[in-house]
Design a protein around this ligand. Structure first.
Ligand SMILES: *Cc1c(COP(=O)(O)O)cnc(C)c1O
Length: 359
């Protein structure tokens, strides 16, 4: 056995999270030929299926919908699911309860957060700074949010953000982890820089929530959004979430004030009056089937020792080991790691690029 294979076995034997694997539907090898067993590494795109989800979805459809029907809005807790599930995500991103609401897609939540941020920033500030290397949807939405709010959009690289801030900056939209390179950005320092300029920061957590500690409350983040189908295993198209810091909630003015965020949704009033709290981020009727699949998926975090710290430690150990394998198997200079080697700058995966031979 090679030295690296022996090392891998040793790491596996000492892995505190090894037991968590049984909570997911994954290839086991028992009923496949050994060479057909897949090792699933795509948690950054579609998290694997937690074993408890199919049974829950069946119950939601057959009993809650099929038998209780409309009573389930109350009796099965459908109506309050967006806030309740938000409170389950909260500890994973370092937020106290009452600040996260689940619903809509990440794209829609970027829109709510960014327009809301410009409105919070107030008069005299007419620039939106956006991460130019962002996932395209964030950039498209930022461009439209800028046009709607009469702002100028300034796309810059995250390294250029501090230099781009000034007394005209209204809002800044940043990614915690770059979706292509896996680079982890310095959320505490960038948040502090945005605040020092008097502006409002919006963080996109799609590639960090569920993979590494975020510390939203600790670092004073204003607004944040993220998806739940990547590292939170919510399933294809599961709803995203919006975080609004408690101290900003009374002033948060959503650009999509639907009846679900009304202070009295069943009052059916002609005039809009926003609800208090995170609920203010809701829009219309929640997508209950997806949302309750997500709620069941989040139960994998309930087990002993499944903390975000433990997941981060394992993720770094895996990518460290992967980089050592690349070093030892690939001829020097042929492949380079696009993802920074330093733990402080590395998200939850490592990406390598093949260098084209020099001519
Ligand atoms: C995955 C991802 C999205 C996806 O947006 P949807 O509206 O859920 O399709 C948005 N932004 C970032 C940074 C992402 O990684």
């Amino acid at each position: 056995m090679s030295e690296l294979a022996a090392e891998a076995e040793k790491l596996d034997a000492a892995d505190e999270l090894a037991g968590v694997r049984a909570q997911f539907v994954l290839d086991t090898g028992s009923d496949h030929a050994a060479d057909a067993v897949g090792v699933y590494l795509d948690g950054n795109s579609l998290g694997a299926l937690p074993a408890g989800v199919p049974g829950r979805v069946e119950d939601v459809v057959r009993r809650q919908w099929g038998e209780l029907r409309i009573r389930s809005w109350d009796e099965s807790g459908w109506w309050t699911a967006p806030e309740r599930i938000g409170d389950r995500i909260a500890p994973l991103v370092g937020a106290a309860a009452g600040q996260i609401v689940v619903g809509d897609s990440t794209s829609v939540n970027v829109f709510k957060a960014l327009v809301g941020a410009v409105r919070l920033a107030g008069e005299g500030r007419d620039e939106i700074v956006v991460d130019a290397t962002t996932f395209p949807t964030d950039g498209y939405i930022a461009e439209s949010a800028a046009r709607m709010t009469g702002c100028t959009l300034r796309p810059v690289t995250p390294a250029e953000v501090p230099g781009a801030l000034g007394d005209r900056t209204a809002a800044v939209l940043l990614n915690h982890v770059d979706y292509r390179t896996g680079r982890l950005h310095d959320l505490p320092a960038l948040t502090a820089a945005v605040h020092a300029a008097g502006a409002v920061v919006v963080w996109d957590l799609c590639h960090s929530a569920g993979a590494l500690p975020v510390g939203l409350d600790e670092h004073g983040v204003d607004l944040a959004v993220g998806c739940t189908y990547k590292y939170l295993n919510g399933g294809p198209g599961s709803p995203a979430y919006l975080y609004v810091r408690r101290s900003l909630q009374d002033r948060f003015d959503s650009p999509l004030p639907g009846w679900n965020s009304h202070a009295e949704p069943f009052g059916m009033r002609p005039a809009y009056e926003p609800a208090a709290g995170a609920v203010r981020g809701r829009v219309g009727t929640p997508d209950i089937l997806s949302m309750l699949a997500l709620e069941a998926a989040l139960e994998v975090w309930d087990g002993d020792g499944v903390s975000i710290g433990a997941v981060r430690a394992k993720s770094l150990a895996l990518s460290d080991f992967f980089l050592r394998c690349v070093d030892s198997y690939v001829p020097a200079g042929r492949v380079e790691s696009v993802t920074p080697a330093a733990h402080a700058e590395r998200g939850s995966r490592s990406r390598c690029a093949v260098r084209t031979p020099e001519t």
